[in-house]
Design a protein around this ligand. Sequence first.
Ligand code: FAD
Length: 370
Amino acid sequence: MSFGLAEKGLKKREEFRHFAENELDTGDQFPRDNLQKAAERGYLGYPIPEQWGGQGEDFLSYILLIEEISRICSSTGVITAVHTSVGTFPILYFGTDEQKKRYLPGLAQGKMLGAFALTEAGAGSDAAALTTTAVAVDGGYRLNGCKVFITSGGQADLYTVFATMDSKKGVKGITAFLVEKDSPGLIAGKPEKKMGLNRSNTTELRLEDLFVPMSSRLGQEGDGFAIAMSLLDGGRIGIAAQGLGLAGASIDYTIRYMKEQEEGGKTTEQGVSFALADLAARFEAARLLVYRAAAVKDAGERCSKEASMAKMFATDLAVDAATRCIDLCGLNASRQDNPLTRYFCDAKATQIYEGSNQIQRIVISRQLLK
Ligand SMILES: Cc1cc2nc3c(=O)[nH]c(=O)nc-3n(C[C@H](O)[C@H](O)[C@H](O)COP(=O)(O)OP(=O)(O)OC[C@H]3O[C@@H](n4cnc5c(N)ncnc54)[C@H](O)[C@@H]3O)c2cc1C
């Protein structure tokens, strides 16, 4: 029996685990093959309504999918999460009928890849400080500026880009735009050499006099910041699931390693087994937080506090678990080709994006004190 997941969830997890373990690879290039295989099963539009080409599944099932994919290849996990929660949902929630018809079926069926371009060199946690500009011109807008650290940069087909039309208006001056990959003036930089998640192609995105037709504005002028913020709760639960996948992978690896050691006649020290017990208990607690946040979202209720708690707890655990498991497994685990090294390097970024874990603490404490 698994408290928190009904029979449907347990079956879904089994299906996703089978898929991830048998179909996904862990190479070092952008994981086109993994994404293609996910698309063939409808996994790139899992929570998108059937009407728009998706599977119409609940958010909790989608979260289980991200957890299981991330257990095997967390770059594929984050690309899928970004594509879905901040690449496709903006159009589902805020798009016009024309925008939905133009983009949703392609995104939901994985024929197009979605990305989200908010962050700038001087506007990360304080996204409202962005300086990319949008100026109204005949028939549309001209965008100028530079986004940084954009997941799937240069690989995505569609970017939701945020720009200010009037910096004096602060957040009320920000507007969202849908930008197609081949738009003249959209220039993706070289992939960043990151410490982890090396398959996820994180790049700068320059916008040089880029023309966006009126029909590609998402929402009304000035709605951009509210659109970005409204997507974050769902996005954060997705990253929490990525953290879960990584933490689970570290713990499972360490259990297997210790069993092999015992089978070889080595006794596990009590201190080592206690550390493993602590991690396993924290992992179960993290799962409950993450699934609860998804269930609150599925119920259509506000889930900011739950999403932030889940993201903070699960991604902090992902880093702690990898660190501790490397300690527990000793010398072998510190080799570069050991999976624990990859889990450790991949886990670090989960504490930073979709709002750093300091920002999650601000969200939680504000909710508690209001
Ligand atoms: C691998 C990766 C992929 C990413 N993908 C995307 C993407 O697809 N699209 C996108 O738009 N962005 C993306 N980002 C950017 C990411 O969202 C930002 O890195 C994040 O918001 C933090 O911004 P920053 O790095 O500029 O840090 P800063 O905001 O400069 O913060 C620096 C430090 O100060 C802390 N801090 C900041 N403000 C406060 C405060 N008020 N109180 C307490 N502490 C504070 C932060 O927690 C952090 O530790 C990605 C980042 C990474 C690493």
